[in-house]
Ligand binder design. Structure first.
Ligand code: PMP
Length: 281
């Protein structure tokens, strides 16, 4: 089996040999942030936006950013070029580092930096043709979902809920209002207008959020950011999810109720075509 080279604190090492001390605050507290960047045909997709979000996450939790953007890009390039796949999903994680276990920030500790990559396999064409099923649950996560934190227990529980309910994703609602999927942003289409929850602290602003806004503009699809109730979501003509790994997928069933006519709709098809074009640009 392929044992790709990864980057850990200044060294390139096979994934199977990369080790961190048990007192790493990522392990002890989930005290860290991460980022996932797609690479298509050996070119990073929306790297600037992903790096800006990494820097925002680090800043929001007060972890020292150990590298300039140019240094980060060079490190990502090293890991990516060591892997044989032309399409990859690059994973980067920074934790607050290794220190005696105590909650408050330690002093004089260097962050732990880890970068790995995996071949990127886009979602099966069948999912785009037939759509996916989603489950729903109350959003039980903290109130800083805008930070791409490695503390993902709420998201893990939501993802497992989907698995146990024959669904591909769990769509979350907080106090009756749509937030996001367990690892995706959620889009709702009604009467030709595409809508998504506002970019606030209750959701992660996906890098695809900005991309889809641009695709709407190009395709002449009106877009509105606003809060939406569960009833509005269930009564939508179309529902979509987006993420780096799933790109853009149509949701045709939510909690065993059909969305629209139960088939992927015209807005999905337009945006999906735009997405595939953007990958090549
Ligand atoms: N929300 C959550 C909770 C996520 O985990 C993700 C995937 N990273 C997204 C939204 C979508 O973000 P992106 O488009 O950058 O993948």
């Amino acid at each position: 089996m392929l044992d790709p080279l990864v980057y850990l604190n200044g060294e390139m090492t096979p994934l199977s040999e990369a080790k961190i001390p048990v007192l790493d605050r990522g392990f002890i507290f989930g005290d860290g942030v991460y980022e996932v960047i797609p690479m298509y045909a050996r070119r990073l997709f929306r790297a600037k936006q992903h790096m800006a979000r990494l820097f925002r996450s680090l800043n929001a939790v007060g972890i020292h950013n150990p590298h300039t953007e140019a240094e980060w890009m060079a490190l990502i390039g090293k890991v990516a070029s060591a892997h044989p796949a032309d399409d990859q999903l690059i994973y980067m994680q920074v934790t607050r580092g290794v220190a005696k276990r105590a909650h408050a920030f330690p002093e004089g500790v260097a962050p732990t930096v880890f970068i790995m990559t995996n071949p990127f396999v886009p979602p099966a064409a069948e999912l785009c043709e037939n759509g996916i099923a989603c489950a729903t649950m109350e959003d039980k996560r903290w109130l800083r979902c805008d930070i791409k934190s490695i503390s993902l227990l709420g998201n893990v529980l939501a993802a497992q809920y989907a698995v146990e309910h024959n669904a591909m994703e769990t769509i979350q609602f907080r106090d009756g209002y749509l937030t996001e999927g367990s690892s995706s942003n959620v889009w709702v289409c009604k009467d030709g207008t595409l809508m998504a929850p506002p970019k606030d602290a209750l959701i992660l602003e996906g890098i695809r959020y900005g991309l889809i806004e641009e695709l709407c503009e190009t395709a002449g699809i009106p877009f509105q950011a606003r809060r939406m109730t569960r009833e509005e979501v269930l009564a939508a003509d179309e529902v979509l999810i987006s993420s780096a790994g799933r790109e853009l997928l149509p949701v045709v069933r939510i909690d065993d109720r059909p969305i629209g006519n139960g088939k992927p709709g015209p807005v999905f098809h337009k945006l999906h075509a735009g997405y595939q074009e953007a990958k090549k640009a």
